[in-house]
Design a protein. Structure first.
Lengths: 254, 213
């Protein structure tokens, strides 16, 4: 037996990058607790549209927790209060009837608010473009399993590769640092033989691009790993640091 | 030299400088505390320890210069990081909540650091840059700790050092890339124990001196 709930929402409204932005309060009623958080916003947007008002802009795509497109700060927590959950997988059963919920965009200098809860996370793409890849020569497909990878290494690389690039680590970091994101991408490739070849170049380029994008510096606050919807560990940040120092002090790359 | 500036000037490089200079101060705290323990043996032992230190002049000067250099690097890099991190989020959140990663130590690093800087300057002017003619080091210390305000100031300051170190200790390991499920829990426990030892070890001395005099 599901019970429907009524909520008060304080939502950040900002009409474009030039607008200063403000909170607006909305009442939503008769929300099914089986709904996801985004479906609840859909319901509110439908009401707003019918009233002739501007609906709330927010990002979403797959709505099954794997694409990294959604994400807002709900009551001070990126993706809401549930651990290892994206906003689309946060269900309304985690809220009580009569709750007031504050919804804000991810805030960082490197993430510009485009409209309401929508942020431009293009800075993360720039970081990936600078080194988050391996170079493969064109030609015949290589034999499967020609390069041996131990199960343990593969597991750790895949743990890091779980990053969906949602930016919650940046949103959660008191310094708006993107180190967890960068470290997950550097670790994923540095652990595997295919990625080792370009490890030095990659570590230097990705850290440099991260710095240039205006993210803050990591101060080991550990808020990122606590908020990461994929549970990526700061052990990856330690690995990124090692890769960066190895590259900076011992490789031939500048 | 470009490579060195590029490496150390990056965000990760600045953290490396904080980490290595931080390790130096951890070693300094250990040495300072061991030396201070002679005060429990008695005034003569403490004066003898201070005398021995002074007799090691060239080595002592070298260590002092090293500490000043590391302090300058630690303070300036720390201030740059503080400023950059503040700038990295121009619009603050309306609702601020933590997910459990942050600690008292980690959240207050720049502030405790600046308080420690003020304390170190005060401490040097109180005990080091003073007229030592006709009185022993112990006399100077005892005179200072006969004032309850000084006793409180010193105890409060070393507790703040403890708070700073409670984050700095494990954080220094993490930054230089030492983090592994096998030993990170040990490093974190050691860090908490070390910060307690620093706070209580240094903090009990002013109380002890004021009680016995």
């Amino acid at each position: 037996m599901t019970q429907n709930i009524n909520l008060t929402l304080k939502v950040w409204r900002q009409n474009g990058q030039q607008d200063k932005g403000r909170f607006e309060t909305y009442e939503v009623s008769d929300i099914s607790t089986d709904m996801s958080f985004l479906e609840m916003l859909d319901v509110l947007n439908e009401t707003l549209t019918l009233e002739g008002k501007e609906p709330i802009a927010f990002d979403s795509d797959c709505r099954e927790g794997i694409c990294g497109q959604c994400g807002s700060v709900v009551n001070g927590r990126p993706h809401g209060q549930e651990k290892k959950t994206t906003l689309c997988q946060l269900h309304m059963r985690h809220f009580k009837n009569g709750d007031t919920i504050a919804i804000e965009p991810f805030r960082a200098r490197a993430f510009k608010v485009l409209k309401d809860l929508m942020v431009d996370r293009g800075a993360l793409d720039k970081v990936i473009q600078s080194g988050g890849f391996i170079s493969v020569n064109a030609g015949g497909a290589p034999d499967a399993n020609a390069i041996p990878v131990s199960g343990e290494i593969a597991e750790r690389a895949m743990d890091a590769a779980q990053c969906i690039g949602c930016g919650a680590c940046v949103a959660a970091c008191p310094n708006a640092s993107a180190m967890l994101f960068v470290s997950a991408n550097v670790s994923h490739l540095a652990l595997l033989p295919q990625g080792k070849l370009e490890a030095a170049k990659r570590a230097l380029a990705m850290v440099r691009t991260m710095d240039a994008c205006g993210f803050g510096n990591c101060s080991n606050e550990r808020e990122c790993e606590a908020e990461c919807p994929k549970g990526i560990s700061i052990i990856n940040i330690a690995r990124l640091n090692r890769e960066f120092f190895k590259a900076g002090f011992f490789s031939h790359n500048e | 030299m470009n490579w060195l500036i590029n490496t150390l000037g990056s965000s990760v490089g600045k953290k490396l400088m904080m980490s290595i200079t931080g390790f130096v101060f951890i070693l300094f705290l250990i040495g300072h505390l061991i030396g201070n323990l002679t005060i429990y043996v008695g005034p003569d032992a403490f004066n003898a320890y201070a005398g021995h230190l002074q007799s090691l002049k060239p080595a002592l000067r070298l260590m002092e210069s090293g500490l000043i250099f590391f302090a300058i690097v630690h303070i300036f890099t720390g201030l740059i990081l503080f400023y950059q991190n503040f700038k990295a989020r121009p619009n603050r959140y309306e609702v601020n909540k933590q997910a459990g990663g942050r600690t008292l130590g980690s959240a207050t690093m720049p502030y405790t650091g600046l308080i420690i800087l003020a304390f170190v300057i005060f401490h040097l002017f109180d005990f080091t840059f003073v007229d030592k003619t006709g009185r022993t080091v112990y006399d100077i210390v005892a005179a200072s700790f006969s004032n309850p305000v000084y006793v409180f100031l010193y105890i409060a300051s070393v507790f703040i050092v403890g708070i700073h170190v409670s984050h700095g200790f494990w954080s220094a390991f993490q930054t230089i890339g030492i983090n592994h499920p096998k030993y990170m829990p040990t490093i974190q426990t050691a860090g908490l124990l070390f910060s307690l030892i620093v706070a209580i070890g240094f903090g009990f001395i002013p109380l002890f001196i004021s009680l016995i005099s």
